[in-house]
Write a protein that binds this ligand. Structure first.
Ligand code: NDP
Ligand code: CA
Length: 314
């Protein structure tokens, strides 16, 4: 029998305005099946815990436990055969952008490239525009991508954008990630201005593969677009990120790091609640992934509300 999934409470950060409907957003690097089995080397995770036939239900269970209105996933290498059809039947429309040269393709018996996938509730939102971006680092086209959707609330008519991305991994690539982040913000800005919607609020969800001390984090925090990171609201001082969003053991050792973020425009949204992080005890001595948690990254889930009233009620 497998141990229970870690119970996590939502921490309320402010009293939500009753008239303003909330938007629940999930950010999660789900761990590509091919990488987990073939490349990562999670030496303390039993290989049976990575069996796709069971692990896929743990991933879906995590999503269904919180029922987000918007789900942003990285390392999706089972989109067409699993997540698109299953999530569609659960009421989500979606879009998938594979990495141009996914490392999954090097793994024997792989299920195709991994990439970023965005899901949104069809009941709540209407899709206005979708963009698949390939991120550049200065002049170089890179192997990292983003999906950007412009959505409209079916009830209030409010328009906003959401982007999902996965920046380059590993140490030594800090400047590269900084350039990718700058490029993503630049491409987002030109998408919004092409739609004559510079003022629309937006979210950027991603595995940035960067600790808060890195250039790309500072660049997002200090951007003139007015971005803030939702999980800072969990801390006592309101400006500190959680101590970890990923925790794993490889042959090179144990790695406990904060890499994943939910960015939002301060002028457009306020954070009403965030899902707390599990404790070290809940994660367990073998860390992640495990029999009770299917990825080496934890899901981030936040409730937002619009700071502005809708201009028109439909
Ligand atoms: P990244 O460096 O961004 O990493 C790819 C994946 O590996 C990520 O999902 C990352 O997970 C995971 N990862 C991070 N650290 C480790 C680790 N220590 N051990 C195992 N996996 C890890 O990859 P790129 O997209 O830049 O592609 C690099 C790979 O792609 C190369 O290894 C090569 O196989 C292939 N490639 C080949 C090219 C060619 O022309 N032949 C060209 C480009 C790439 P997380 O984000 O969770 O940390
Ligand atoms: Ca990974």
């Amino acid at each position: 029998t497998r141990p229970p999934r870690p119970h996590r409470d939502f921490i309320r950060t402010r009293a939500s305005a009753k008239h303003n409907p909330q938007i629940r957003v999930m950010q999660w690097n789900i761990l590509a099946q091919a990488l987990g089995e073939g490349k990562d080397g999670f030496v303390r995770c039993p290989i049976e815990a990575l069996n796709w036939a069971e692990r896929k239900y743990l991933i879906l269970e995590e999503i269904l436990t919180y029922r987000p209105d918007i789900v942003c996933l990285q390392e999706v290498d089972h989109y067409y055969d699993t997540f698109q059809p299953v999530m569609f039947s659960l009421g989500y429309q979606s879009s998938f952008c594979p990495k141009p040269r996914s490392p999954c393709l090097d793994v024997c018996g792989n299920n195709g490239p991994d990439g970023c996938a965005l899901f949104f509730s069809r009941d709540r939102f209407r899709l206005l525009h979708i963009h698949h971006l390939r991120l550049s680092a200065v002049a170089l086209k890179t192997n990292q991508v983003a999906v950007v959707a412009t959505l409209q609330c079916q009830v209030t008519g409010q328009v906003f954008c959401v982007a999902v991305t996965h920046l380059k991994a590993r140490s030594g690539w800090e400047t590269f990630r900084g350039a990718q982040g700058a490029n993503l913000l630049q491409q987002l800005k030109s998408i919004l201005s092409a739609q004559q919607e510079e003022a629309v609020p937006f979210f950027v969800c991603g595995d940035f593969n960067a600790e808060p001390c890195e250039e790309v984090y500072r660049h997002f925090l200090n951007s003139p677009l007015g971005l803030d990171s939702a999980y800072r609201t969990l801390s006592n001082d309101g400006i500190t990120e959680p101590p970890f969003t990923s925790w794993k053991i490889r042959p090179s050792g144990e790695s406990r790091s904060t890499l994943d973020y939910v960015w939002y425009t301060r002028h457009g949204f306020s954070v009403d609640a965030v899902l707390s992080m599990p404790s070290e005890e809940q994660i367990g001595p073998d860390r992640l992934p495990s029999y009770n948690y299917p990825s080496d990254h934890l899901s981030l889930v936040c409730d937002f509300s619009f700071t502005q009233e809708p201009h028109r009620l439909m």
